[in-house]
Design a protein. Structure first.
Length: 319
């Protein structure tokens, strides 16, 4: 590939009548006598921040492709400039997400300055907003500023801090199906197998409604909910409350429950959140959107291990 050199000339004209000298202006992006153009800088950023090449390998690849040796500092300067230019986009992303009918929320651990931080993400099929913070719970969510203002449906994995906010909530059924499979295999619980199959049937029905562009049938929803309730009753029979023994009575706190009973209780308490997708075709069955948006960040962490600076982490997330 060949580098294209563009020469910019600024003309100076003198008015023959009044004698005033007028000087043309260079494009706003031209700041130095010799500099890299926007397409080459964009290529560097793409290789470094999307393909996740280390700085030195990015420099090597640019030299192999274009015959120009750049330094890692050049890439960092380009990242900083891009970081600053993306601030209006960051604001626009938040505004669009706040007005969206549903939004996916998730968080994952990341290393910044050698300590554990949390990367929070809010997204839909068009917009993604990342936010690094030292904390995972409400302190970070308040600092992010999304959930305190949001009025739509927040899809998440059931982390308790999400339920402290007044928006509607929908649980990720992909997470629940994995837990149901584990309970079925480990404890041979029939209710877990049945409700797992029911969730799959519900998803198939809602997918067909979207594909055929037809509304949900309320009678079909009531039928699904009746089956759901019947299976839950079977689960209650399979998991009777533990009888406190004399030794257990002496212990403080609640009597310990099995994992199967804990999961069953969640299906009882959070029925509305679990079945939100069944009553509203605009709500996703799972939280895969947010998990996909986090995947590239986990790859960055695996490749490089740590963000040496908080500012560097924010820059990477924006780029």
């Amino acid at each position: 590939m060949q580098i294209i050199y563009t020469e910019h000339r600024c003309e100076i004209k003198k008015c023959p009548h009044c004698g005033k000298v007028n000087k043309g202006s260079f494009p706003e992006s031209i700041k130095f006598p010799i500099q890299y153009g926007p397409r080459l800088l964009a290529s560097m950023l793409y290789l470094r921040n999307y393909q996740l090449l280390p700085y030195e390998r990015t420099c090597d690849l640019v030299e192999d492709f274009y015959g120009i040796r750049i330094s890692p500092a050049t890439i960092r300067r380009a990242e900083k400039e891009c970081f600053q230019n993306l601030e209006p986009f960051e604001k626009a992303a938040m505004e669009h997400l706040l007005t969206s009918h549903s939004a996916h929320c998730d968080e994952t651990g990341m290393r910044v300055l050698g300590t554990k931080w949390w990367l929070h993400v809010v997204s839909n099929n068009l917009w993604t907003y990342y936010f690094p913070h030292p904390k995972r719970g409400t302190e970070a969510m308040d600092a992010l500023g999304f959930l305190p203002q949001y009025k739509g449906v927040a899809v998440h994995d059931g982390y308790s801090s999400y339920n402290k906010y007044g928006c509607e909530h929908a649980l990720c059924n992909a997470h629940l199906k994995r837990e149901l499979t584990g309970i079925e295999e480990s404890f041979e619980q029939q209710w877990a197998k049945k409700i797992n199959e029911l969730l799959s049937e519900m998803k198939k029905y809602t997918d067909e409604c979207r594909e055929m562009e037809i509304p949900i049938d309320p009678e079909k929803v009531r039928e699904f909910e009746q089956i759901y309730d019947a299976i839950i009753q079977e689960g209650i029979i399979e998991n009777p409350p533990p009888d406190p023994s004399k030794d257990q009575v002496k212990k403080r706190g609640r009597t310990a429950q099995t994992k199967a009973k804990n999961l069953l209780d969640r299906f009882i308490v959070h029925k509305e959140q679990i079945l939100k997708f069944l009553n509203n075709l605009r709500v996703a069955f799972d939280n895969n959107q947010a998990e996909r948006d986090i995947r590239m960040m986990k790859l960055q962490q695996r490749n490089f291990g740590n963000f040496p600076k908080y500012r560097r982490s924010g820059s990477f997330l924006q780029n």
